[in-house]
Design a protein around this ligand. Structure first.
Ligand code: WQD
Length: 341
């Protein structure tokens, strides 16, 4: 009998890549998603890649009634990996109420339902945004959580504390928060990848859409930072490396290998790359000259961050494997495949 894992937000970017890895590892996957920032064809793509179609339910986590019916009709779920959330930093500044209601309300409803149906393993999709601009680099899990720069980042901090407090209250719950750095790239098949709705906020999809001719020109938000080439530095990590870490995390909980009921891990490569270095990598792998212009800094951007990955390497036995050129090339292959559909 295959173990069942529920993925919320499973038609999304990281969720769909995690679904593929879990299916290929022999799990039965259930996906709930409200398709607010993804498309249902991703379910077909997951089936094309793995030969197995995950069970999909179009449910909004704010719809408590539908959520409970789902859990009542799907028993023996071993664990939940919770991706479903709104995640655009800039948008969150414009729509704080939506972000707090959606990201916090959704997590609270999910945890309530898990309690009612005695599901005790929970992996939470968190973000390095919780660190703000770290005082020391590389940043470890012990670094202080700083005041969030955006409502989006704040919802990640609050959800981590909700998880910690529910676990501390003695509930039958074990949790792992995974703090992602900058996920980029796409599955080698070119059938799933980052699918931003509207104008992309993130760097890589903006680059690939500019190269494809959908966007006129990439704006580089600032070249006057205190970094070697003046542009911001981030720890970009291939989405497939990130997905693989989720398998290890949920299995750690299922097999009760976790050292404490609540754990958290940085998921990065440990290397920082600047915006100009990403552009250079993209031009190398695509053979194209990217049209870009330096513009003023973007509000809310931190200058530089990259992960200390020691804890995840040692405790999870996980290490990111793909290099920056594999990341940018896979993003470009996905963009071309997606537009040809
Ligand atoms: C990266 C760098 C920009 C776009 C955010 C969230 C984080 C996670 C990933 C969800 C920055 C520069 C970008 C552009 C640019 N999201 N840039 N031109 O802001 O590091 O992280 O997305 O989990 O939580 O905070 O990622 O890709 O937006 O920006 O110059 O058109 O690229 O200034 O230096 P960010 P990003």
């Amino acid at each position: 009998m295959k173990k069942k894992i529920l993925i919320t937000g499973g038609t999304g970017y990281i969720g769909s890549h995690t679904a593929v890895e879990l299916i290929e590892k022999g799990y039965e996957i259930l996906i709930i998603d409200n398709l607010s920032n993804s498309e249902e064809f991703i379910i077909d793509s997951i089936e094309s890649i793995t030969g197995t179609r995950p069970k999909f339910a179009n449910i909004d986590l704010l719809d408590v009634e539908k959520l409970n019916i789902f859990f009542a009709n799907n028993d023996n779920i071993e664990g939940v990996i919770h991706f479903a959330a709104a995640k655009a930093v800039g948008e969150s500044v414009q729509k704080p109420l939506y972000y707090y209601k959606n990201n916090l309300g959704g997590t609270l409803n999910l945890l309530e339902a898990m309690k009612q149906y005695h599901i005790e393993n929970f992996v939470f999709s968190s973000s390095c945004t919780v660190y703000g601009q770290p005082d020391k680099l590389p940043v470890t899990e012990k670094a202080p959580v700083k005041e969030a720069e955006s409502p989006y980042g704040y919802t990640k901090q609050v959800c981590e504390n909700i998880l910690k407090d529910v676990i501390k209250s003695g509930a039958e719950l074990k949790g792992i928060a995974l703090r992602y750095f900058n996920p980029i790239g796409a599955h080698a098949s070119g059938l799933i990848g980052e699918l931003p709705v509207g104008v992309p906020a993130n760097l890589l999809p903006y680059i690939t859409q500019t190269a494809y001719g959908i966007r006129e020109q990439l704006s580089v938000f600032g070249n006057d930072y205190n970094t070697p080439d003046g542009s911001c530095i981030r720890d970009y990590i291939h989405v497939v490396d990130l997905a693989k870490a989720h398998i290890i995390a949920i299995e750690r909980l299922i097999h009760k290998k976790n050292k404490t009921p609540y754990e958290m891990f940085n998921l990065g490569t440990g290397n920082g790359f600047s915006v100009f270095e990403i552009i250079k990598s993209f031009e190398k792998v695509s053979g194209l000259q990217l049209n870009y212009k330096v513009e003023p800094r973007r509000a809310g951007d931190i200058e530089q961050i990259w992960a200390d990955t020691t804890l995840a390497n040692n405790e999870l036995g996980w290490k990111a494997e793909k290099n920056i050129d594999e990341m940018t090339l896979s993003a470009w292959v996905w963009e071309q495949n997606y537009r040809k559909q």
